[in-house]
Design a protein around this ligand. Structure first.
Ligand SMILES: Nc1nc2c(c(=O)[nH]1)N[C@H]1C(S)=C(S)[C@@H](COP(=O)(O)O)O[C@H]1N2
Ligand SMILES: [Mo]
Length: 155
């Protein structure tokens, strides 16, 4: 699979790495997992095809990690939230409707074909969203924020 991203590959530090969920949460509080806490979450596995808009596809990739739905149930979004932003080190981010983030095959992957991700593949954690093109599959995920609908939009 080609490696494709903008900017440098972040270095991983187990002592300072964390995953933060913030924004429009049901409780009004944010939640942070350390590396050890994240590693204690239940593991899931999926097989999915990967497509980039620059016209490469890789079929039948096996990913394992934490189901995004399990993150959603650990920190439920506010009833008003409609979207999430998934953020990486160095500011890369992608938005998704909550329905796509929480879909059965969406996951925060740590392993590909049974091996830990390489740094270029997004080590230690990348988003895998089989229902979307590659650019929504954020590598080096560090935060997930829940968004309410924009205030200046008619409802
Ligand atoms: N943090 C980050 N994640 C990213 C990108 C990026 O530039 N930065 N590029 C995206 C794009 S456009 C694609 S196609 C896939 C490529 O994943 P791969 O390098 O494992 O093939 O990563 C996605 N995730
Ligand atoms: Mo892409």
């Amino acid at each position: 699979m080609p490696v494709l991203h903008y900017g440098p590959v972040p270095t991983f530090n187990q002592r300072t790495w964390d995953l933060l969920v913030y924004g429009a949460t049901e409780s009004g509080r944010e939640h942070r997992w350390t590396w050890d806490e994240f590693g204690a979450l239940p593991l899931s596995e999926i097989v999915a095809d990967f497509h980039c808009v620059t016209k490469f596809s890789v079929l039948g990739i096996t990913w394992s990690g934490v189901a995004a739905a399990d993150i959603m149930s650990a920190v439920p979004p506010a009833a008003t939230a409609t979207h999430v932003m998934v953020w990486a080190d160095y500011g890369y981010g992608a938005n998704l409707p909550l329905s796509a983030f929480g879909a059965r095959h969406t996951m925060l992957a740590t392993h590909r074909e049974g091996r830990a991700l390489s740094p270029e593949q997004g080590f230690p954690v990348r988003l895998v969203v089989p229902s979307r093109y590659g650019w929504k599959n954020v590598k080096w995920v560090r935060a997930i924020s829940r968004q309410n609908p924009p205030l200046n939009q008619p409802t």
